[in-house]
Design a protein around this ligand. Structure first.
Ligand code: ADP
Length: 231
């Protein structure tokens, strides 16, 4: 569904991504791990059209995304949850979700299936987003992204600032959502437990290229982790 080929690019001063090839099927969750600064966030920014310099190929269901502005990429079915969540803290839960629903041009308001996945949000409709806990804000950010009914979901470090119990919940929810909605997911994560729990496949990025790719179960091998992450 998503096909990235020979992706190169960066912020101008020199390449950060140095020839990335990656395919993500619909319904599949792929975790991207790697040392700090290896280019993980940059990779999903490139998919979302947020990287100043990008060359190569990014296609969603055969349609070229590379070169389109982010809002048009959103309309083609890509949703992005940046690190730090990117919710509007002063707006209410309802307003945050409505903005998500409108991002892809939907006019019917907040989809019921999204609220079914996160029932607690219904009880918080009137609350401003910024007053919720880190984990709740992360759930809101994911719900907001799903409200546009994307085909591809890009998540940057959803574990950041979130308590372990909610991290585990997110790890269970992501593959469930992917399966139920035939949604492709790229999950960028430092938390290897979450990366492995949520995804069927792990991709290790190192200095802007893919250094290793394997099934999540295989990545449980500490030798493999040490070899590719030098932890
Ligand atoms: P990771 O997500 O793997 O920690 P990033 O993709 O955030 O890595 O960063 C990769 C490289 O790009 C780093 O060297 C970082 O300093 C650089 N970088 C990230 N964001 C910017 C930016 N906005 N402007 C310039 N350089 C950046």
């Amino acid at each position: 569904m998503l096909r990235i080929a020979n992706l190169r690019g960066g912020y101008g001063a020199g390449p950060v991504l140095d020839g990335v090839d990656l395919v993500v099927a619909s319904g599949e969750v792929v975790s991207v791990v790697g040392r700090n600064g290896s280019g993980k966030s940059t990779l999903i920014k490139a998919v979302m059209g947020l990287l100043p310099v990008a060359l190569g190929t990014i296609e969603l269901d055969g349609e070229a995304l590379l070169g389109l502005p982010a809002h048009q990429i959103a309309r083609r079915g890509v949703a992005y949850v940046p690190q730090g969540r990117g919710i509007f803290p002063r707006l209410t839960v309802r307003q945050n979700l409505e903005i998500g629903a409108r991002a892809a041009g939907a006019k019917d308001g907040i989809p019921g299936d999204v609220l079914e996945l996160f029932p607690f949000l219904k009880e918080r409709f009137g609350q401003s987003g910024g007053t919720m806990s880190g984990g709740e804000q992360q759930m809101l950010a994911i719900a907001r992204a799903l409200a546009s009914h994307p085909r591809l979901l890009l998540l940057d470090e959803p574990s950041d600032g979130v308590q372990p119990r909610i991290v585990q919940e997110i790890g269970e929810l992501i593959p469930e959502i992917a399966r139920a909605h035939r949604l492709g997911v790229i999950l960028v994560e430092q938390n290897l437990d979450l990366a492995m729990a949520a995804a069927s496949r792990i991709v290790v990025l190192d200095k802007g290229t893919i250094a290793h790719e394997c099934a999540s179960e295989r990545f449980r091998d500490v030798d493999v982790q040490t070899r590719f992450l030098a932890i």
